[in-house]
Ligand binder design. Structure first.
Ligand SMILES: [Ca+2]
Ligand SMILES: [Ca+2]
Ligand SMILES: [Ca+2]
Length: 491
């Protein structure tokens, strides 16, 4: 009696299976046992029998069925979390491996790999093995970029600028940013540098994002202020003749403008359109801008009463002095008595310039009361004594910027004569000829000192043609008196 053939499957190669038969017999022994069968593909072994020496034949042996897997599995790798659109991660990246297998199935894959180092171009690889021991392809994830460090923004200190107009001011500023890995990183601020910032305080916020979406932000303030005062425009000093005993009504215009507020309302004290008293009044004009800056500026209004002063200051006429105020300021011909007529033949006209606050005494200088005898060979024609007063006291030199010009008509009967103006130099005790010019029939001299001036004829006495006869003197006196009373009466 034969025993069943037992089968043993032995994997001789990863892709081959050897079926081995084991035979046993009762007493006579085995004639032969089937040879091994090599199975190179999935399938069943062929049934076999054996016999013993006694001629017993075994039943067909069991058939073994084997599955052979010679195909390597397919592996794939995936990184999580996924990179952003720029290919960067800002946290650790885990690469996991998985596989598929058409045969024996996946037995195992490389354990997940976690990448935690910052930097670019990293990779991880792994494989899977099927149940038949086939090893897959190497699956990799390459070019893994990890940046877990946020960039750093540096914003400026708070800024304060002066307004340059109603809309505020243009303000420029600079920010910087750096990043451990992103060399092309930029900052975005709002409002941007170079914007027009309104008056007041504006907060500027800046932010930045690196390629891995790490962010930083910062802020500072821009203050635009108006500390510039308005500019006041006032008129030049005003001089006006009084129209009555209370003075004169004066109108004027003042204005103010501000860099920020534009034209501003200007307030003047005293206001325009009021009656200003005789004398000098200082007008102060001021304006304030919306930021509370205030400016002021002043000018003077002088109300004069020339006519009244002229008349009241006349104390004597004729051989006594005339006292005439010098209103000054601009070259001025005195309105009532600007032309001083001597008792001789020549008319003296005296023009005062820039002698405000002064008065003068004009007197005839008569030939028989001169300080010293005239030089020989000159003949006296007429004379004038000029005294300048300040605070009712004589001044001896003409003030700086002031001037006095005298002009003396050359009498018609003396045209062609050689005339000169002499000045009595008190220090030298002598007569000095002054450098007079002849203009339009007048001897004109801008004097540089005060005292006595005489018009003389340097021709021989015989050439005078009797110019100084008594009839001329009386005629001149009569004309002067007539002229004076006409003017005094306001005609
Ligand atoms: Ca397989
Ligand atoms: Ca970074
Ligand atoms: Ca201002």
């Amino acid at each position: 009696m034969l025993r069943v053939i037992s089968l043993q499957c032995k994997l001789t190669k990863p892709s081959h299976v050897t079926v081995h038969f084991t035979c046993t017999a009762g007493t006579s022994g085995i004639v032969s046992c089937p040879a091994d069968q090599l199975l190179t593909a999935s399938g069943s072994s062929t049934a076999q029998t054996t016999s013993d020496i006694a001629g017993n034949v075994s039943a067909a042996s069991n058939i073994v069925t084997v599955q052979i897997d010679k195909i390597a599995p397919s592996a794939s790798a995936i990184a999580t979390p996924a990179a952003n659109a720029k290919g960067w991660n800002n946290a650790n990246v885990t690469v996991s491996f998985s596989g598929t297998d058409a045969g024996s199935g996946i037995a195992s894959c490389t354990a997940p790999v976690t990448l935690s180092t910052e930097g670019s171009g990293q990779s991880a690889s792994g494989t899977c093995t099927d149940n038949a021991g086939n090893i897959s392809n190497t699956a990799s994830v390459n070019n893994i970029n990890i940046d877990k460090t946020q960039p750093v923004i540096v914003v400026p200190a708070n800024i304060t600028n002066e307004a340059t107009g109603a809309s505020g001011a243009t303000v420029n500023y600079t920010t910087t940013v750096s990043d451990n890995l992103d060399g092309g990183i930029t900052v975005s601020c709002s409002p941007a540098s170079g914007s027009t910032f309104a008056i007041g305080t504006t907060t500027v916020t800046c932010s930045t994002t690196d390629s891995a979406d790490n962010t930083d932000s910062g802020s500072f303030t821009v203050t635009v202020e108006d500390t510039t005062s308005p500019i006041i425009t006032v008129p030049a000093n005003i001089t006006k003749e009084a129209t009555g005993s209370t003075g004169a009504l004066v109108t004027f215009t003042a204005s103010a403008s501000d860099i920020v507020d534009g034209a501003l309302t200007t307030t003047c004290s005293p206001a325009s359109g009021l009656t200003f008293a005789i004398g000098t009044t200082t007008v102060t004009c001021s304006a304030s801008d919306s930021a509370g800056n205030t400016s002021s500026s002043t000018f003077n209004i002088q109300i004069t009463d020339v006519e009244k002063n002229n008349k009241s200051l006349i104390t004597l006429f004729g051989f006594a002095p005339l006292l005439i105020p010098v209103t000054g300021g601009q070259p001025t011909d005195l309105t009532c008595f600007n032309q001083y007529t001597t008792l001789g033949m020549a008319d003296f006209k005296v023009v005062f310039s820039n002698l405000c606050g002064y008065s003068t005494i004009l007197a005839n200088a008569l030939e028989d009361s001169l300080f010293g005898a005239l030089p020989k060979n000159v003949n006296f024609v007429s004379g004038l004594d000029i005294v300048l007063l300040h605070n009712n006291a004589p001044v001896h030199t003409i003030p700086v910027d002031g001037s006095i010009t005298i002009s003396i008509d050359i009498p018609s009967g003396m045209k062609g004569e050689t005339l000169a103006i002499l000045f009595w130099d008190t220090a030298a005790g002598a007569w000095v000829e002054k450098n007079a010019t002849i203009e339009s029939g007048k001897m004109v001299l801008t004097i540089d000192t005060l005292g006595t001036f005489v018009l003389v004829d340097k021709s021989t006495p015989s050439a005078m043609n009797g110019a100084l006869d008594i009839a001329d003197i009386l005629n001149g006196f009569y004309l002067a008196m007539t002229d004076f009373f006409k003017q005094f009466a306001g005609n």
